[in-house]
Design a protein around this ligand. Structure first.
Ligand code: ADP
Length: 582
């Protein structure tokens, strides 16, 4: 079987297989199905308040019906054939049909949606779960509102009041508000007011205004009721590969930006850091099942045979200008086969891109392996947002190594410690300590602190910090033990400068600060790769600074223990016990 398919020529570029060709075909990249679920309703047709539109169409319906019934009765009395219609009757029929369509689509769909949404917790989770948990939502106490005018809800226009009441009653599903109203800010305000009435919680601290809700529609966040504010600090300059970067970090952890900044200073005063990108490829690994392990192994053999690579690449590459297949690596569990596809993705982080390419290949393979049952487009051998050895060993996204030589005097002056203490601490903590803990890619002090802060500031997927923070920090004494060589090896930095949250205003501004906003037209992929090296450079600085602080703390304790007399120690203890002034 495998021999037969090897030389089969794939369909021409862009020629998708006909719909329904494979009965078991499952959806590829996420997003499309979610968007289809939201329907435009007849109420959106006219730029009038819903109440008025409903009145107009109800009146039209009644008038047309009465007129046509009368005409019908008259024709029967006069024995006139029913199919002979006057112009007025044609208008009346059109009016009847139009108003019927309107009324059915407005009330009928709203009714069906409310029935469906009541029975489907996932689709309208927010409203339904609260309704289930709070059978008798407390109304906001009038005295509380009087006592705190800021907490008083904004007076809503009458028509919005009606919609809020319908959402609270479950008659209008909350998730259709954006499409139904055509105004994302208004939809968020109505949803929030409905939530306030259901839960009795004001959520005063969560801002509603000052955010472009249209920019997240269908892409970044569903059912919005506001936005969370996060401070963004800037550390820098990071002198990396002879360029200076000012690095935005969104965090609520005190000292993190300052500590990274200190690391940047040490790096800059030592002449800068340098980086190398070893690999650049996003992965997706569907899981398929065969009737037997033998058949699964046949497909494995086919996919991993270098002679078939060009065919697979042609099929895979059809759906994107930037997604280019690099290779396929397979693993088996009984009769289940996991195929880890790796592809370059230009400046996109690439999950959508790789998923679409993988779906092309699955569709293609199904013809020659009809007994292949696609269990899931993602079978966790990818492995996305989970701690996994495959990413640590093979890499995912950008695999980067960043290094610097920190001069002896800088270690003393800026980092307030010495090379020997740093090297020793790194071995005991980051290497041996992490080994004792059974760490998987966690051979570092706090890489995820820096990765996550930069990810949030620049619109990356923060959940991918799981694998993106995998890092081994190495410290060595060089130049006769005087200077420090530090490196961070990070095999799975998953970043992009287009798509997802990168296009939102704040995140886009942070990317702009780094000079990597959007797509790089001259050299697609170089913006995302540069961002990955900046992440690694910032991690290098963060490691340097924290390890130094801990080494210095260790030194202080050593001083206290070995260099002071017992009298001094008791004095020190007294000092520590004395109540602090402030
Ligand atoms: P992801 O695959 O990371 O989920 P998206 O599919 O949301 O990203 O966004 C990538 C989109 O941006 C694609 O439609 C792609 O064609 C487009 N694009 C434009 N320029 C580039 C570029 N330089 N690199 C990657 N994608 C690009």
């Amino acid at each position: 079987m495998a021999m037969e398919v090897r030389r089969r020529v794939p369909p021409p570029h862009g020629g998708a297989a006909p719909a329904g060709h494979h009965p078991r075909r499952r959806a590829a990249a996420g997003g499309e199905g979610e968007r289809e679920r939201v329907r435009v309703q007849a109420g959106d047709a006219l730029p009038l308040p819903i109440r008025h539109t409903n009145l107009i169409f109800s009146a039209l319906f009644a008038a047309s019906l009465v007129y046509l019934m009368r005409r019908w009765r008259e024709k029967i009395r006069a024995s006139t054939p029913l199919h002979v219609v006057s112009l007025a009757e044609i208008f009346a029929i059109c009016g009847l049909v139009a108003s019927l369509i309107y009324l059915l689509s407005f009330f009928g769909i709203a009714f069906v949606q409310s029935v469906v949404s009541n029975s489907d917790d996932e689709e309208d989770y927010l409203i339904d779960s609260h309704r289930a948990q709070a059978p008798a939502p407390p109304a906001p106490a009038p005295c509380a509102l009087l006592g705190n005018p800021a907490a008083a809800p904004e007076k809503m226009p009458e028509e919005d009041e009606e919609i809020v009441a319908a959402v609270v009653a479950g008659k209008i599903p909350s998730y259709v508000l954006e499409t139904r109203l055509g105004d994302c800010r208004r939809a968020a305000g109505i949803r929030r007011e409905a939530l306030r009435r259901i839960t009795g919680r004001e959520m005063d601290g969560l801002p509603l205004d000052g955010f472009d809700y249209a920019s997240i529609l269908g892409q970044c966040c569903e059912l919005p009721v506001g936005y969370v504010q996060l401070p963004v600090g800037v550390a820098g300059p990071l002198l990396l590969d002879s360029r200076r970067h000012y690095v935005p970090m969104a965090t609520t952890e005190g000292c993190l930006v300052a500590s990274t900044n200190r690391g940047f200073k040490a790096i800059a005063e030592s002449g800068g850091a340098s980086s190398v990108v070893l690999k650049d490829g996003m992965t997706r690994a569907p899981a398929v099942r065969f009737p037997s392990a033998r058949r699964a192994a046949e497909l494995k053999g086919f996919l991993e045979n270098p002679a078939n690579f060009d065919t697979l690449a042609t099929v895979f590459n059809r759906s994107s200008r930037f997604g280019r297949l690099q290779g396929v690596k397979c693993a088996m569990a009984g009769r289940n086969l996991y195929m880890r596809f790796t592809c370059s993705t230009g400046d996109a982080m690439g999950m959508n891109m790789v998923s679409k390419g993988v779906q092309n290949v699955l569709d293609y393979l199904q013809d020659d392996f009809p007994d292949m049952d696609v269990i899931s487009i993602s079978g966790n051998f990818c492995s996305d947002k989970k701690s996994a050895a495959i990413n640590w060993i093979e890499g995912r996204g950008k695999s980067v190594v960043c290094e610097a030589v920190i001069k002896e005097e800088v270690v003393k002056k800026v980092l307030k410690t010495n090379v020997q203490a740093l090297v020793e601490l790194n071995v005991i903590k980051n290497l041996a300590g992490s080994a004792v803990a059974g760490a998987l890619g966690g051979f570092n002090a706090h890489a995820s602190n820096i990765v996550t802060a930069i990810f949030i500031a620049t619109g990356q997927d923060p959940a991918q910090n799981v694998e993106s923070s995998q890092c081994m920090t190495m410290l060595e004494a060089i130049n006769d033990g005087k200077d420090l060589h530090i490196s961070v090896t990070m095999p799975s930095i998953e970043v992009g400068t287009v798509g997802g949250g990168t296009q939102l205003a704040s995140q886009s501004a942070c990317l702009d600060l780094l000079g990597v906003k959007g797509a790089n037209r001259e050299s697609p992929g170089s913006n995302a790769r540069l961002l990955a090296t900046v992440v690694a450079g910032a991690v290098l600085a963060g490691e340097l600074s924290l390890i130094s602080a801990q080494a210095a703390g260790h030194l202080v304790q050593s001083h206290m223990k070995y260099n002071r007399s017992s009298r001094d120690m008791s004095k020190a203890a007294e000092e520590a016990d004395r109540p602090k002034k402030c």
